[in-house]
Design a protein around this ligand. Sequence first.
Ligand SMILES: CSC[C@@H](O)[C@@H](O)C(=O)COP(=O)(O)O
Ligand SMILES: [Zn+2]
Length: 204
Amino acid sequence: MSQLTERWEELADVKDELAVRDWFMGTSGNLAIKVSDNPLQFLVTASGKDKRKRTSEDFLLVDENGKPVNETHLKPSAETLLHVEIYNKTAAGCSLHVHTIDNNIISELYGDQGEITFTGQELIKAFDLWEEDAVLRVPIISNPAHIPTLAQEFSEHVKEDKGVVLIRNHGITVWGKNAFEAKKLLEASEFLFRYHLRLLEYKK
Ligand SMILES: CSC[C@@H](O)[C@@H](O)C(=O)COP(=O)(O)O
Ligand SMILES: [Zn+2]
């Protein structure tokens, strides 16, 4: 199997799994996976699709600027520039963006603080934080409609080969060395958000 086909299938499988979780409400969300480093090329979801469906037009190959590599009628995700930042600045191999009710509520509750932190939670180990007093810091950025501005703000938090950023009242973006790691970080983040919101309910 070619590298392109292999990565395509891998991303399609992740997409299916996230769809089962109902994390693509209203066509939201976009996913990307790196295919080559030199030149930098990655697959990204085509814009505006129902990401619950598995079709031969789900992804297209784009370059280091997020532009289609081949002639196509498909449009790369409107948020391709965020994935561009990740692959240009890190060695990450996969990046995932979803909108959930939980990540939106967390981003609104803690947006003014610019971050939410988690400590004393087993699942922060998904981020390789193993110490007892380790703290997972999730930055929360604003959601400008102008995507290059959003990508610029996002880029300030793209420093390591894996990471997580919340976009206020919009969604989450995670990245990791491959699809397995990116999905692990996404699931861990959503677990922490859900736990936190449930705990706040009980504390009322
Ligand atoms: C109606 S979905 C919201 C979109 O504006 C966007 O935030 C999103 O995640 C999906 O956009 P897309 O262009 O399909 O990748
Ligand atoms: Zn989005």
